[in-house]
Design a binder for this molecule. Structure first.
Ligand code: PEP
Ligand code: MN
Length: 318
């Protein structure tokens, strides 16, 4: 979370002191303003110091706890689900499996940004309704993509976390509009974006008023074509330390192949990722999009077992 103070504001020092006294780390940058990036979730009193108390008492932003879930994660948070919502039966099967494994976040695109206009574009609002009808009663939180400003209201109604896809990272009007949303934003790195460009995109959301940002490294384009993308492990560590936002990894879109998802997921967690987003399908061969990279339930369970061995306490691994 980022807090800004004017250069003359004496509160900045007291704020930093209060943050550190809570056992949290922060980074202070002084240029035209004092910018304090806090790694973790400060208490309300400290937040009030930063001037937020001056605002009229606002209702606790919806999703605040979700963001804290990632920001304060002791062990990485798992988000799993299909590339795209395809049918009620598909989502029902995924929900049932995630419940069994005590995973609390489900993903699934309803508005799909596809490179080819001939490819399956998603079920749109109907997909969101399927997701909400099945996942909500099961207590799962929904992560789904918003591609355009015009979709924000619709996606907001059904989603707990609004995802900005790799192809939309440079859509500054979308990012600015998401600044006014009181739910967490999962900002994926553009496939050809530098870490700096990615963090500047986050800044667009943050300046709009929404600091509940979760960054997601999903692989970048390099000369290597052996895997779909190249998972940038250094970027996970850099984005975390430079922004103060939680950073998760999406090994599925990096790998492009199911058998590569596990090693990439383990590497991301070893590098400090606060969570993982993994594509999971009851029958990957039948998937209407990204079929080659989807894990089936058995492979997903194998991944959870590996993660449990590496990081005891990870969700779904109890
Ligand atoms: C997705 O996660 O559904 C997706 C389309 O991924 P990306 O934006 O990273 O390509
Ligand atoms: Mn996909």
């Amino acid at each position: 979370m980022i807090y800004r103070f004017s250069l003359e504001d004496p509160i900045a020092d007291r704020f930093v002191e209060a943050v550190r006294s809570q056992g949290l780390d922060c980074e202070v940058q002084t240029a035209d303003r004092v910018v304090v990036r806090v790694f973790g979730y400060i208490d309300a009193q400290t937040e009030a110091l930063a001037g937020r108390a001056a605002d009229p008492p606002a209702p606790k932003p919806e999703g605040g706890d979700i963001w804290a879930d990632f920001a304060n994660a002791v062990s990485p948070v798992m988000i799993a689900g299909p590339c795209a919502v395809e049918s009620t039966a598909q989502i029902a099967a995924v929900v049932e499996h995630l419940k069994k494994r005590k995973v609390r976040y489900i993903r699934g695109g309803a508005f799909k940004p596809r490179t080819s206009p001939d490819a399956f574009q998603g079920l749109g609002e109907q997909g969101l309704r399927i997701m909400a009808e099945r996942a909500r009663p099961a207590g799962l939180k929904i992560v789904t993509e918003v591609m355009d400003r015009s979709q924000i209201d619709t996606v907001y109604r059904h989603a707990d976390v609004l995802q900005v896809g790799s192809r939309s990272m440079f859509n500054y009007t979308l990012l600015t509009a998401l600044g006014a949303v009181d739910k967490p934003i999962l900002l994926k790195r553009g496939m050809a974006a530098t870490v700096d460009e990615w963090l500047q995109s986050a800044e667009y959301i943050s300046r709009g008023g929404n600091d509940r940002i979760i960054l997601c490294e999903r692989g970048i384009r390099t000369f290597e074509t052996n895997s779909r993308n190249t998972l940038d492990i250094a970027a996970i560590a850099r984005a975390r330390s430079q922004s103060g936002y939680p950073v998760i990894a999406d090994p599925s879109h990096a790998a492009g192949r199911a058998e590569l998802v596990e090693p990439l997921a383990l590497a991301a967690v070893a590098a400090g990722a606060d969570g993982l987003m993994v594509e999971l399908h009851p029958d990957p061969r039948q998937a209407l999009s990204d079929s080659a990279q989807a894990l089936d339930f058995a492979r997903f369970d194998a991944l959870l077992a590996k993660l449990a061995a590496m990081r005891p306490g990870l969700e779904g691994t109890a």
